[in-house]
Design a protein around this ligand. Structure first.
Ligand code: ADP
Ligand code: MG
Length: 692
């Protein structure tokens, strides 16, 4: 049976409403459910004693309720304290609760709970644990689970439990049927696709837990292999099509680019000059440019992008500049406007949530060719955007976009049989071999020099117990006219909880720093408020910006000289390096404070010391590669792997030669499998190849 043609609504318990939610996750067929793979796993196979709890870990523990009361503080909450036989205590805190839950947690009940342990005001606590009451008679419900629990990517209003039920139903279906093997025999990986799917969704009690968590289990590797092949096939399809087309020949008549450069308050670094020349050469030869520019945080990539834009505009073509978040796009708008408006060029602006009239005007101006440079978010990908004469697309921080999204913008080509050039910019160093393989032979330029006068950022690691001291440092920085970032992180998938944490921190800091002008940015705020907060910070109308990791890439406020990163132990090296790069962008001595919970793993310790020792992005990327993926379940959602469901380019790089061989085998011997493979893994994101 063809699983792609079985609708999700055929599954038990999936009605039209649920189907709607699933659609948001791009799940419409039974096959989509089966390839909606767990993000990570939770270990409920063992119970950790209260005495052995460590902040930062997700665990299952148990104890007897000794008190349970409703508190009326800033926010109404339920605080329940449990204890073990030795008298060690743990708090369970609920901000949302009902009477029934309160009843069940009455004094004397034996509770088993699961959640992330953190340091509370009095003692360790778990906020919103999942819990069950276990009878002391140790019945069957008293046994912990005998296998790892999968955690799925979910969406608003769709909970883990429903996702688990849906995958249960799909797996039941799979067991009585089969899933089409699309890899040729040359891919022989020692496990069937069916078995691999079953194992990854529902690892049995006998599975090697460590191998699974680290992604080296044969079941995981089987799926990784197929996913990487699907991606490579897809990129190849697009590239082949592109290569057969021409591109605009950019031979600027005017002097916009030299004028831009001479209007700057600084001179270009040698590296910037070299990269601009490389780009200029690409643009002039009539073959579509596919160039990746890598430059460490603060190396001045935006200006290189602007110079490229100037060349293209001067030759009579339009330029689209795309950033992954609204904040970043907004910032490019500010930079580009600052550079180009004095030269008589107005910049167009396109984002998701423009008013109807604004949007119509923006679209019209782009379509008529009046807008020479349009800046925006993914809104620029949308179908209703059509350029009159698009000559170049610039994609910033490209690892946040899927390769396919990136390439699909090319379809908005200029008239006839030519396609626009493309320039992508990233701060993440990509080892050359990796870049060549996964990006299917992009051209690559490196800005390997920072503007002069930058001072090294001092990095210190401080335990959360000395938080007050850190707050004092913040106060001092603000008093001397500097600005400060305070970054809140959580491992939760839920943006809502992230936002809560940031809001709590905001209140806390506001209390400690009554004179400071504090603002807040997180992913759940409405875009207008977010924008306002960023603009305020940029204009120094606020001193302290409390933010979630939404500020991770690209935000540029040279007056900010101090950044505090909470729970630094949970973030990967590259992400920390990116965050740290928010400061040290001016000529002031800057610092980065990594706040961590005690009880650091060795790996977390290594990461923090690497960061303290070096600010070299290449070195950090290399270390990251060495340190990552080995058993640390936290921090699995590294940027860079975000576009994959299960593969992790760094972890799985040893598969790349095999990926290449099998991809070639498929292309030559099984061309009819190419599209089914691409659709299975990339689904709707697959561009419409017919148009390329
Ligand atoms: P990134 O490479 O991280 O995107 P930006 O393009 O945001 O870096 O540049 C960081 C800061 O350095 C900006 O304020 C920018 O105006 C400034 N800058 C860029 N090039 C130079 C240069 N050659 N000399 C001095 N400052 C520069
Ligand atoms: Mg940037």
């Amino acid at each position: 049976m063809d699983l792609t043609s079985v609708a999700v609504t055929k599954l038990k318990g999936v009605g039209p409403k649920l189907a709607e939610k699933l659609k948001r996750l791009k799940i419409t067929s039974l096959q989509d459910v089966l390839f909606h793979l767990p993000l990570r796993y939770q270990d409920r196979t063992r119970i950790v004693a209260i005495a052995d709890l460590v902040p930062g870990l997700e665990v299952m523990t148990t104890g007897m309720v000794v008190s349970c009361e409703v508190l009326f503080r800033r926010r109404r909450s339920l605080l329940c304290v449990i204890t073990d036989r030795q008298g060690n205590q743990l708090s369970l805190r609920f901000f949302h609760f009902n009477q029934q839950q309160q009843q069940r947690l009455r004094v004397g009940s034996q509770v088993r709970c699961f959640g992330e342990v953190r340091r509370g005001p009095q003692q360790l606590e778990i906020v919103h644990p999942e819990f069950q009451i276990v009878s002391t008679g140790a019945g069957s419900s008293a046994a912990p689970e005998n296998a790892l629990t999968p955690v799925y990517p979910v969406t608003e209003g769709l909970h883990q439990l429903s996702m688990r039920k849906i995958t249960d139903a799909a797996l039941a279906h799979l067991k009585s049927s089969d899933v089409e093997e699309l890899l040729p025999a040359s891919a022989n990986s020692g496990i069937s696709l069916k078995q691999a799917l079953i194992t990854v969704h529902r690892p049995g009690p006998d599975v090697d837990i460590d191998a699974l968590l680290q992604g080296r289990h044969v079941a995981v590797q089987r799926l990784v292999l197929e996913e990487l092949i699907a991606h490579r096939l897809s990129v190849q399809q697009i590239r082949n099509a592109i290569k057969q087309q021409g591109a605009p020949v950019i031979n600027p008549e005017g002097d916009l680019c030299p004028r831009l450069i001479s209007s700057l308050a600084f001179t270009l670094t040698g590296a910037q000059q070299r990269v601009i020349q490389e780009i200029q050469a690409d643009l002039s030869d009539g073959i579509p440019m596919l160039r990746l520019v890598q430059g460490d945080v603060g190396s001045g990539k935006t200006l290189v992008a602007a110079a490229a834009a100037a060349l293209v505009v001067d030759a009579g073509y339009q330029v689209a500049v795309m950033a992954p978040t609204e904040i970043l796009a907004e910032q490019h708008l500010l930079s580009f406007s600052g550079w180009f408006e004095p030269l008589g060029l107005k910049i167009g602006w396109l984002k998701g949530k423009l008013g109807a009239k604004q949007k119509r005007d923006a679209l019209e101006s782009i379509a008529m060719g009046q807008t020479r440079i349009a800046i925006g978010t993914h809104a620029l990908f949308q179908q209703d955007v059509s350029f009159k004469k698009l000559g170049l697309t610039i994609v910033d921080e490209q690892h946040r976009f899927g390769v396919h999204q990136r390439l699909s913008l090319r379809e908005k080509g200029v008239a006839g049989d030519v396609v626009p050039h493309q320039l992508t910019m990233t701060a993440t160093p990509i080892p050359r071999t990796l870049a060549m393989t996964s990006y299917a032979d992009l051209d690559y330029s490196v800005i390997d020099e920072l503007p002069p006068g930058r001072q090294a950022i001092t990095t210190v690691a401080i335990p959360n117990t000395r938080r007050l001291q850190v707050v004092e440092r913040v106060a001092e920085a603000i008093k001397s006219g500097r600005q400060v970032y305070w970054v809140c992180t959580l491992i939760e998938e839920s943006e809502a909880l992230q936002a809560n944490a940031a809001e709590d921190t905001l209140v806390e800091l506001q209390e400690c720093l009554p004179d400071a002008r504090v603002s807040l940015v997180h992913g759940r705020m409405n875009p207008a408020d977010k924008e306002q907060a960023m603009v305020n910070f940029k204009n120094h109308a606020s001193d302290l910006l409390v933010a979630t990791t939404v500020i991770e890439v690209g935000v540029d406020v040279p007056n900010a000289s101090l950044i505090i990163i909470e729970n630094a132990e949970r973030l990967g090296l590259s992400q920390l390096h990116q965050l740290r790069g928010r400061v040290g962008r001016g000529s002031v001595q800057s610092s980065c404070v990594l706040l961590f919970e005690q009880g650091l793993s060795q790996r977390a310790r290594d990461r923090i010391s690497t960061l303290r020792e070096t600010s070299d992005g290449f070195l950090i990327a290399e270390r990251d590669l060495e340190l990552r993926g080995a058993g640390e379940v936290l921090g699995t959602r590294q940027t860079g792997s975000a576009q994959f469901r299960i593969a992790d380019l760094m972890r799985d790089k040893k598969l790349l030669p095999t990926v290449k061989n099998i991809t070639d085998d498929i292309t030559v011997n099984y061309p009819e499998r190419v599209m089914p493979l691409i659709m299975r893994w990339l689904g709707e994101e697959s561009p419409d190849y017919g148009n390329v």
